[in-house]
Design a protein around this ligand. Structure first.
Ligand code: HEC
Length: 242
């Protein structure tokens, strides 16, 4: 009995929660709801005597913004950790990216949904390429040429074709800039689009089925500049274009 008591008191004195101020970690709702933090934080604390608690004020931030270090993933969503330049926070960042930290993340079995992963290749997030075009001109050109089918923004919210993806949705695709740069070659545009100096004239046998979209590379550059500024749609679930 005495032995048990001794252990208990040792545990209590060693327990980090009483020892010091907690370090805050802001995490998205779905992470908190998953129970992951309750699984990993006590294990980190036990090891380091640094107490970390969920706190939306931070200073440490776990988020899907590709800023800081990628530390965990669930499905296609990667979560990045940003920590202040401070010893305890750095200790946490080191731990969560260490083998032990990764194993701790992966050993968590969420009550619902797929487990978290800590072994993943982070695709380098490229900075959005800078298009030199005139975004204001691009807005007008998008409305004239693309707004016939696409919702390009609030300007024509009600007038796009229902089956055609909006620019906001397309903008949310990781490779949106490739798609826009090549749109004239992609279905269905090739049949009705003439990009000056780039596309072949329409085959006289197969004229454009609709009033053609005729534009210059400069126009496309302006559209790209406009699309760069569009706030991407928040695609909660993986996107199906159709
Ligand atoms: C006549 C209707 C129409 C016009 C005009 C049109 N689009 Fe589209 N666009 C579509 C449809 C329909 C799709 C969806 C194709 C699919 O899902 O396969 C699409 C898809 C796209 C995609 C995604 C292509 C892919 O395969 O990833 C881009 C980018 C795009 N359009 C850009 C533009 C731009 C820029 C303009 C104006 C310069 C424009 N579109 C004008 C009908 C149109």
């Amino acid at each position: 009995m005495r032995f048990v008591l001794l252990c208990l008191s040792l545990l209590l004195t060693a327990s980090p929660s009483f020892a010091q101020e907690a370090l805050g970690l802001a995490a998205p709702r779905e992470i908190q709801d998953s129970g992951l933090l309750k699984h990993i934080l006590p294990r980190f604390s036990l090891k380091t005597s640094i107490r970390v608690v969920a706190d939306e004020a931070g200073p440490m931030v776990l988020a899907t913004d590709p800023q800081g270090t990628a530390v965990l993933a669930r499905g296609d969503t990667v979560y990045y950790l940003q920590v202040p330049d401070e010893a305890k926070a750095k200790r946490f960042a080191d731990w969560i990216t260490s083998d032990v930290g990764k194993r701790t993340i992966e050993s968590f079995k969420p009550a619902t949904g797929v487990p978290f992963s800590a072994q993943f290749d982070v695709v380098e997030v490229e900075e959005d390429p800078l298009f030199e075009g005139d975004a204001n001109a691009g807005a007008t050109l998008s409305l004239t040429h693309c707004g016939r089918c696409h919702v390009i923004g609030p300007q024509n919210r009600m007038s796009g074709l229902g089956s055609t993806p909006s620019f906001q949705i397309l903008r949310a695709l990781p490779d949106w800039s490739d798609r826009f740069q090549q749109f004239y070659a992609l279905k269905p545009h090739a049949a009705f689009t003439q990009l000056e100096g780039v596309t072949e004239p329409f085959d006289p046998e197969r004229p454009s089925p609709i009033v053609p979209v005729e534009m210059s590379i400069e126009d496309l550059d302006a559209i790209l500049a406009y699309v760069t500024e569009i706030e991407p749609a928040d695609l909660g679930a993986p996107l199906a274009l159709q």
